[in-house]
Structures are given as structure tokens and as C-alpha cells.
Design a binder for this molecule. Structure first.
Ligand SMILES: [Zn+2]
Length: 255
């Protein structure tokens, strides 16, 4: 047994000191403003209000940096949220379309997240955050160490329209605007609602994979409630085509 005064984690006197090189690492720290976590630093966000199933929602849309796009529009999000049972969204009424910081992306490229106590203005409330993406930069993943769980995620991305190139050492994932929309609008958004539902029900599952599986199942269920041609309509909007083109398409393609 170790003597109690020994800290078993601190094996080396240099750990945590400048000599161990922590200075170098801290150059990559994500800057915090005040005490708010990095995802609460909304810079010049515009606020929109919409009513969905008789309830008012706020959308904070952050100004974009060069090369980035918000993948879903406020109205497209409303069109999907409409299909979520009202009680599942009780207490949640803020959606943030967010511009990630470059430094964050290095560590956590991500489509969206649920924040249980998001500080916006002078209120703290739950919020769903959907990240803007720079689609010009493919995601590169080293092949060694891809877990079976992540492998499943890659398969899902491929089904949703992502192009995955396989070379000797790494995978390159390219995502078009439309595939990004498929992912963020019909999966991420609903997946985060799924996390909210399990949080409200008090399901505190400590297993990350179980949590994720629950949220994925929830998203798939709500997606199954959407009309089948829904994704096509979003595709038309994404390409800037007007309502007439959408109507024409539906007349042709409705069974
Ligand atoms: Zn999740």
C-alpha cells in the first residue's frame, strides 16, 4: 500500500510545472471571457422569435466568420421542431446557431450540443446549440484507434451523404451542404432533444455510449414522424430554389 501522503497521480515532481512543458500546451487553451464557458461567448448574435405549436421559441443566430455557414435556417428548424411532442420540449425554448472559434474546433469538432444551464442575457436556461461549419475543410481522421462506436458514426455519416475517402493511413470525410443539413437538421437537432428528454426524465446513465444510443433512437423515432419528402424540400431551400420549384417537384414526386 502507498503511504497516504503520496499522491499516486503525481509520479514526477515536474508534472504540472513549466519544466514539464505545460506552458507550451496552454498556448492552445480556448480563451474564456469572464467565467462563461467558451460556447457562451455569443458575439453579435441576432435574435429571432418564432411560435411553434403555440409556444414561443428564441433563436440566437451568431455572425459568421469567413468560410463558415449556418447549416440550418431558423424556419427549417421550426419545421422539424413542430413534430416533437410538446411535453418533450417543456422548459426548452432557446436554440443557438453558433459560430465556433477556430481553436475550439481543433479539439472538439462537433455538430451541436445540449447545454442544460446556458447563460443568455440575464437568464440561465437549457439551450440547443447548432454549430456553423466550414465545409471547405474536410475532416481527417487517423485510422489507428477508431473505436467500433466511432466506426458506426462514420457509417451513419456515409448514409447521410458524406463522402469518405480511405487511404493508407487516414480517412478523409468530405461533407456537402446538403449532407450537412441531413445530419444537423434531422439527426443532431433531434438527438439533442433526445438528451433533453432523458435529462428531464432523470435518467442519469453514466455510460456515454448508452446515453448516445438513447438520443439516437429518439432522433430516429421523431424523424420517422416527418413526411417522407421533407428532406427534399430542405434540399431545394438549401440550393436557394423558390417555393414554385418545390411545388413542382412535389407534384411530380408525390405518389
Ligand atoms: Zn449525444
Amino acid at each position: 500500500m502507498l503511504p497516504s501522503r503520496d499522491n499516486p497521480i503525481k509520479r514526477n515532481r515536474k508534472i504540472g510545472t513549466k519544466r514539464a512543458g505545460y506552458r507550451k500546451q496552454s498556448d492552445f487553451r480556448i480563451p474564456w471571457q469572464g467565467r462563461a464557458p467558451f460556447y457562451e461567448n455569443l458575439e453579435s448574435a441576432e435574435l429571432y422569435q418564432r411560435e411553434i405549436n403555440g409556444k414561443r421559441y428564441s433563436f440566437a443566430v451568431e455572425k459568421l466568420k469567413r468560410g463558415y455557414r449556418h447549416i440550418c435556417s431558423v424556419d427549417e428548424i421550426c419545421d422539424v421542431i413542430k413534430y416533437v411532442p410538446e411535453e418533450d420540449l417543456e422548459g426548452l425554448s432557446l436554440i443557438v446557431l453558433r459560430q465556433p472559434k477556430k481553436k475550439e474546433e481543433i479539439f472538439s469538432p462537433c455538430w451541436g450540443r445540449l447545454q442544460y444551464d446556458y447563460k443568455y442575457g440575464n437568464r440561465t436556461q437549457p439551450a440547443i446549440l447548432l454549430e456553423a461549419l466550414d465545409l471547405g475543410r474536410p475532416m481527417k481522421i487517423r485510422k489507428t484507434g477508431i473505436s467500433p462506436f466511432f466506426r458506426k458514426e462514420l457509417n451513419r455519416l456515409e448514409k447521410e451523404g458524406a463522402e469518405i475517402l480511405n487511404d493508407k493511413r487516414r480517412l478523409t470525410v468530405r461533407i456537402t451542404f446538403q449532407s450537412a443539413k441531413n445530419i444537423q437538421l434531422y439527426r443532431t437537432l433531434l438527438h439533442e432533444v433526445g438528451h433533453y428528454v432523458s435529462y428531464k426524465k432523470g435518467c442519469r446513465v453514466n455510460c456515454y455510449e448508452e446515453n448516445e444510443a438513447y438520443a439516437n433512437r429518439y432522433a430516429a423515432h421523431i424523424k420517422s414522424l416527418l413526411p417522407p419528402a421533407f428532406e427534399h424540400e430542405a434540399a431545394f431551400r438549401a440550393e436557394g430554389k423558390g417555393r414554385k420549384a418545390v411545388k413542382k417537384y412535389f407534384l411530380r414526386n408525390t405518389p
